[in-house]
Design a protein around this ligand. Structure first.
Ligand code: ZN
Ligand code: ZN
Length: 328
């Protein structure tokens, strides 16, 4: 079975049908689990720059091959030859094809992916938490671009999955992160994660002069508040895209000028980021597991989309095997 996005807000259950032989360099693999990303919900609601319909979404998956080897899948298919690939920035490849956007993705029992995008996971790793290797890889990529260092005071806006993973990765790098989440309910449901990791999550802070500020939510107010809290000579990491067509105060953008703030964008991840995410995850499974809201049958996906879009909870994982499901 597969879940196919056929139009705005239309995600349909269909039979997978027969797969043609996968082309050279590609592998047909079985999907064990695939997490729903906020981007999937955004595509469901309003489309996406890189999306062509009909499409099977899903780019946060764990798969298994015919020899029962398990992998996470780097969602890119890069050319390896363009100036960005050659410079080691394959996430910016000129002809990038993203699984779940340009090609059918992991909301299906089977998927065809580039062989070189299959990254093995250790036997000790939980299949469900391994679904977070992709978002975590994006976080590691972003922090690399933000030049995270052990002396940094870090402020993260957004206490969702990405924001909390950002704080965890920053803390692991030796930095001191604080997370700002305006929704008290979300702080409450993050309790297990926050206790385990000893990360501070507040509704607001009066502190200023952070070395690194990261926006991990699409709220333009958070973006503006965050920019105002960067220290002179500090860095602002533009990690989450913003809600469309909103006003940004130009006086705040001027702070980038007066304070010599480094403003850097981060989008996606490289294979190496994802490999590192797998290792990171292996030693942080106990904390990361709190970021799984529920493991559900794939047919639940359409009903979950509005909830994922609203960003009220953590990760929902679609289970294509039936053996991991923990809620109805
Ligand atoms: Zn994602
Ligand atoms: Zn390329």
């Amino acid at each position: 079975m597969k879940m196919v996005l056929t139009g705005p807000k239309r995600l349909e259950v269909q039979e997978s049908g027969d797969f043609e032989n996968s082309p050279a360099g590609y592998a047909l693999v079985r999907v064990l689990c695939c997490a729903i990303c906020r981007t999937d919900a955004k595509m469901w609601s309003e489309g996406h720059r890189d999306l062509v319909l009909p499409r099977v979404p899903g780019h946060e998956m764990v798969v298994v091959d015919d020899w029962q080897r398990r992998y996470v899948v780097w969602p890119g298919d890069s050319c390896g030859n363009c100036r960005f690939c050659v410079a080691g920035r394959e996430n910016l490849c000129e002809v990038m094809q993203i699984t779940g956007f340009h090609r059918d993705g992991g909301f299906a029992d089977r998927v065809i992916v580039p062989q070189t995008s299959l990254l093995p996971i250790p036997e000790t790793m939980s299949v469900v938490t391994a679904c977070l290797a992709e978002p975590l890889g994006c976080v590691l990529h972003a922090l690399e671009i933000g030049h995270i260092s052990s002396s940094d005071r870090v402020l993260v806006y957004g206490g969702g999955t990405l924001g909390l993973l950002t704080a965890l990765a920053a803390k692991t790098a030796g930095a001191r992160p604080v997370v700002i989440e305006k929704n008290p309910k979300k702080i409450k449901i993050a309790d297990g994660f926050l206790k385990k990791t000893e990360i501070v999550c507040l509704q607001e802070t009066s502190e200023n002069d952070f070395d690194l500020v990261v926006n991990a939510c699409p709220d333009e107010t958070a973006f503006q508040k965050g920019l105002a809290k960067v220290d002179k000579g500090g860095r602002f990491l533009f990690f989450s895209g913003l809600a469309k067509n909103r006003m940004i105060e130009t006086g705040l953008i001027d702070l980038v000028h007066y304070r010599e703030i480094t403003l850097s964008g981060a989008y996606g991840l490289t294979r190496e980021n994802m490999r590192r995410a797998v290792y990171f995850m292996e030693s942080h499974q106990d904390a990361v597991k709190y970021l799984i809201e529920a493991v559900v049958p794939p047919e639940r996906a359409p009903r979950l989309m509005p909830r994922v879009l609203a960003g009220g909870g953590f990760k929902y994982v679609l289970d294509f095997t039936g053996s991991f499901v923990n809620t109805e």
